[in-house]
Design a protein around this ligand. Structure first.
Ligand SMILES: Cc1ncc(COP(=O)(O)O)c(C=O)c1O
Length: 409
């Protein structure tokens, strides 16, 4: 066989850890083991029927051709209305681009702007695709750690310290995957103050979990708090999370016209345009009844509370209550160094994840892959019964560990 030589960019990245964790769990399940699988990052609900119908109607109407590279005029008008209605922002169609998922929009932004060695600040814990997409596009991810005491949020001082003349972007993901952190008005204002002192830094504002929040009240948009930063901010959002449309692959970005133009060129030479049918579906979703969003958020909130109640009863785990998204990020530092019944040492969160999977049939994702060791991530996209069984397995797994400190106590 002729040797396959990989590009330098392909060499820099690996398979998303979530996908790897899921594949490992599925392989075990296929071998007959009972596995509670809490690694997923997509809603477990089906796409609402009215949205599916809009796609069927689009097909029937012959909406089956290439669209303009930045997306259809109709969808961009619907996005414009959404940004005005929900966020109080005014974005003309030429400042909006539709991509094949929010992920693709982020990818296009980096592909269009990064040069070798450019730095992108990635606050940890982070969605693993952020640093990977920076790296594949020749940039250098600069990770900034956070503390549970700060709710896993980036502080102004840490942001300031991370900025260099090579910094091109700051990624701000609120609500955050994996921590569920949601930045408040004061916190965003304080970060904006730092950014004003560094006019060369752009902001990639990932709001893909915008609607999945548990604090109820309305939130002021970052660009209403700091409208002067609109000229260097890219908003990213999409269909996947609010409308349970992960497989449709439709997301969008809104930003300064020069950036959107550059991203459109990149897109026109790669995917040409996003799917015509998916675009028709998202337009219908944005214009339609939003009851599905409210009911799914109510379900996530119930699941979050179920998990938090259960975690509170397990000695050795701590969880800052997630304010949004559908994950619980659990601090397991008290378990590092413990010994399993087989006499093996849990030296890291990665060891803990393997122990929980192989010995207790619970699949979760290690915090190390989110840039934050000593944690594990629970996904909440499963039924109450599955989640209850998952935390029961966690409790059993933790109870079976021998811990020096606990025994001394
Ligand atoms: C933080 C974050 N941003 C963006 C995305 C991208 O979602 P999609 O490409 O399905 O729109 C995800 C998906 O997991 C995510 O967790």
């Amino acid at each position: 066989m002729t040797q396959l030589i990989l590009s330098r960019r392909a060499e820099r990245i690996g398979l998303a850890p979530n996908a790897a964790a899921k594949a490992r769990a599925q392989a075990l399940a296929a071998s007959g083991r009972s596995i509670i699988e809490l690694t997923a990052g997509e809603p477990d609900f089906d796409t609402p029927a009215s949205i599916k119908q809009a796609a069927i109607d689009a097909l029937a109407a012959g909406d089956t051709k290439y669209t303009p590279p930045a997306g259809t005029a109709d969808l961009r008008a619907a996005i414009r209305d959404k940004l005005a209605r929900e966020n109080g922002l005014d974005y003309a169609a030429e400042r909006i681009i539709v991509g094949s998922g929010g992920k693709h929009v982020i990818y296009n932004a980096f592909a269009a702007t990064l040069r070798e060695g450019d730095e992108v600040i990635v606050p940890a814990p982070y969605w693993q695709s952020f640093p990977a997409m920076v790296s594949i596009n020749d940039g250098t991810p600069v990770t900034v750690a956070s503390r549970p005491e700060d709710g896993y949020k980036l502080t102004p001082a840490r942001l300031d310290a991370a900025i260099t003349p090579r910094t091109r972007w700051l990624i701000l993901n609120t609500p955050s995957n994996p921590s569920g952190a949601v930045y408040g008005t004061g916190e965003l204002a304080a970060l904006a103050d730092v950014l004003r002192r560094h006019p060369h830094v752009w902001v990639l504002l990932d709001e893909i979990y915008e609607h999945i929040r548990f604090d109820g009240g309305a939130r002021e948009h970052f660009l209403r708090i700091a409208p002067d930063l609109a000229g260097r901010t890219l908003i990213v959002n999409g269909a996947s999370k609010p409308y349970a449309m992960t497989g449709w692959r439709i997301g969008y970005g809104a930003g300064p016209v020069e950036l959107i133009r550059a991203m459109t060129v990149v897109q026109s030479q790669s995917t040409s345009s996003p799917s015509s049918i998916g675009q028709a579906a998202l337009a219908a979703a944005l214009r339609g009844d939003q009851a599905f969003v409210a009911s799914s958020v109510a379900a996530y909130r119930e699941r979050r509370d179920l998990l938090l109640d259960a975690f509170a009863k397990i000695d050795g785990v701590r969880c800052v209550p997630p304010q949004g998204a559908f994950f619980a990020f659990v601090d397991v530092s008290a378990l590092i160094g413990a010994t399993t019944p087989a006499g093996e040492t849990i030296a890291s969160d990665i060891d803990l994840v393997a122990y929980l999977l192989f010995e207790h049939g619970l699949a979760v994702v290690d915090g190390t892959s989110f840039g934050t060791p000593d944690h594990i991530r629970f996904s909440m996209v499963a039924s109450n019964a599955t989640l209850a069984e998952g935390v029961a397995r966690l409790a059993a797994g933790v109870a079976a560990l021998r811990r020096a400190q606990r025994e001394a106590a």
